[in-house]
Design a protein around this ligand. Sequence first.
Ligand SMILES: [Fe+2]
Length: 246
Amino acid sequence: MFFKQYSNADGTLSYFYGCGSKGSAVAVDVVAGDERWFLDAAQKAAVRIDFVIDTHVHADHLSGGKKLAELAGGLYCLHESDVGKVHFPIRGLKDGEVLESGNVLTKVLHTPGHTADSICLLVSDLRRSADPWFVLTGDTLFVGGVGRPDLGGAPEEMAGRIFDSIHNKLLTLPDDLEIFPGHAAGSVCGAGLSGKPSSTMGFEKRWDPYLSMTDRDAFIRELTANIPEQPAEMARIVAANLGAAA
Ligand SMILES: [Fe+2]
């Protein structure tokens, strides 16, 4: 497989990976204006971009996902709960479903909390093992932190949903699994993020203070006490990403 992490100026991390031998690729969390980078990378690797996935409808930046999917002829994908909310056709992803890109498999994990539609993507390379090799955690789990719970309103309820997503889904994954998050330090999507753009599940279990909290109410209190300022122009950005604005 091939794998690239693309670091945008505002602390957003995008991903491009897939199967070189079967010519199929996946682009994740593409920022508007970066579409050309993905098209060039696909051309260099001689792959089709079959799937363009946003891990949630972003509130902090304009997505380039829909435009890249149109330019590349791939499917633009969001969690199935966004079908009917976005003002254009998408491929709705279900919890547990697996997308095939040649020898590379992407399994969808619905992990609500940062937003109701947040997903993580568990990736395997069948040339190595059917076991997952890494997980793209979007804005659910960061290196050194977790996603902010307040952007869709009801921060306490959503903080509880992050706790459940972490304990029921992410903490069941093996310690040697690599983590690639949707942001590094400099983002407003979470507090306390490291500048290091990847980690492992085992390291984060030991050193991410939120992952060692086993009391749900204490987790909710802590997470809602440390909410960064809301992203500038959030309402306009969300509306544009939903296709409700030009
Ligand atoms: Fe986000």
